[in-house]
Design a protein around this ligand. Structure first.
Ligand code: ZN
Length: 132
């Protein structure tokens, strides 16, 4: 259990570092928007599929699943939770409730913020690239 906890903390560190890296890229004049777009896209993908966070799927007791999961879009080791989360994101059109659940824990907040920042950063970089 201690090992898993440590891994989770290290994962949060990486999420934070990736976010800082994207911010630093924007302040470095030598880095072009193409590079920023690529790094931002990687940050978003990392948050969606790899970043350590809680599963947050609904359990049979109508509670949030507190198992460790990888990324915002993927659930924990329970197959049913994986489907439930993907369905929530794409089929049931309930992104607000999915977001509210993600924001109910610290690692979820860090991951969601990084994903949002990465999305904005990638979007702005792409627009900059296209309008130049
Ligand atoms: Zn779960």
């Amino acid at each position: 259990m201690v090992g898993r906890k440590k891994k989770g903390r290290l994962g949060n560190l990486w999420t934070g570092l990736a976010l800082i890296a994207v911010v630093l890229l924007w302040t470095a004049p030598a880095v072009g928007p193409g590079m920023i777009a690529i790094v931002s896209a990687f940050l978003v993908l990392y948050c969606l599929f790899l970043a350590p966070t809680w599963c947050c799927a609904t359990t049979r007791k109508n509670d949030f699943c507190r198992n460790n999961a990888s990324g915002i879009l993927l659930g924990c080791h329970l197959q049913q939770h994986k489907w439930q989360k993907l369905k929530m994101a794409f089929l049931q059109q309930r992104p607000v409730e999915a977001l509210r659940r993600m924001l109910s824990n610290m690692s979820g907040i860090a991951t969601s913020l990084s994903a949002a920042a990465g999305t904005v950063s990638a979007g702005v970089a792409t627009v900059t690239l296209l309008t130049r």
